[in-house]
Design a binder for this molecule. Structure first.
Ligand SMILES: [Zn+2]
Length: 126
């Protein structure tokens, strides 16, 4: 076992609050642009407020436009949401802040800039 540089408790709390706040904001945003698909918490972009009864062509065009915007938007929001939920789960398990690629600790500065980072800078995919 290598000695792991532990994240100070106060920083960890700060990061937890940042993650929780961002998660709540994302869930609000997701609810405004999509709907929950299943119990696993997957989301899909949707045209909100479409009741399926009115067949006004203008409404239909609006709904299609809304879908075209919301589907990729929700996919992007959901990806961020998943990262945050997983980061919070790692905190619960005491394995937060470990690079997923190299198993080394992610520098605290990077976590503060991006609390849901999965990897260190060297192993970041983009
Ligand atoms: Zn790494």
């Amino acid at each position: 076992m290598t000695a792991m540089k532990k994240i100070p408790q106060s920083d960890l709390e700060e990061l937890r609050i940042a993650l929780t706040t961002e998660r709540d904001n994302l869930e609000e945003e997701l609810a405004g642009h999509g709907r929950v698909l299943n119990d696993a918490g997957d989301w899909e972009g949707a045209s909100i407020g479409f009741d399926g009864e009115e067949a006004d062509p203008n409404d239909v065009a609006d709904q299609i436009e809304e879908l075209v915007t919301n589907v990729p938007l929700v996919a992007e929001l959901e990806e961020k949401h998943t990262d945050i939920v997983e980061a919070l789960e790692k905190m619960e398990q005491g394995v937060y802040g470990i690079c997923e690629e190299g198993d080394e600790p992610i520098p605290l500065d990077r976590l503060k800039a991006n609390p849901s980072a999965r990897t260190c800078v060297e192993h970041a995919l983009d």
